[in-house]
Design a protein around this ligand. Structure first.
Ligand code: AMP
Ligand code: ZN
Length: 113
């Protein structure tokens, strides 16, 4: 996806505040944080949203959760609590159509979506 902003971040063509990366995923700070800790975890591969998850790539979700677990601990929000959210399509609040997981915490969370 040539013009996808998160594909560009994954390829390093747009700068981002990267906190983790490996061959499959990258995690970076949300540019408009909704809480003291607000990270986005994305696959480097372009998937539109979780509707693109299938038997062939479902391992990616487990990997994202393992890394989210590690990043929550590193950010110091694991004990008190945090939230992982992935929005799907318009009524789900999805604005960027490259699958991403929000990792949000660092304060008492209200009804983030
Ligand atoms: P969603 O509504 O789930 O599609 O969320 C998209 C998120 O991407 C929002 O929280 C934005 O603040 C965030 N975002 C958009 N562009 C960038 C960017 N260049 N770097 C970091 N975060 C971004
Ligand atoms: Zn993309």
């Amino acid at each position: 996806m040539q013009d996808c902003i998160f594909c560009k971040i994954g390829r390093g063509e747009i700068p981002s505040a990267i906190v983790y990366e490996d061959d499959r995923i990258i995690a970076f700070k949300d540019i408009n944080p909704l809480a003291p800790v607000h990270l986005l975890l994305i696959p480097r591969e372009h998937l539109t949203n979780i509707l693109d998850i299938n038997e062939g790539n479902v391992d990616l979700i487990g990997h994202i959760h393992l890394v989210a677990n590690k990043l929550a601990k590193e950010a110091g929000i694991a004990e008190k609590g945090f939230r992982i959210v992935t929005n799907c399509n318009e009524e789900g609040g999805q604005i960027i159509f490259h699958m991403h997981y929000h990792l949000i915490g660092g304060e008492e969370l209200k009804n983030f979506a």
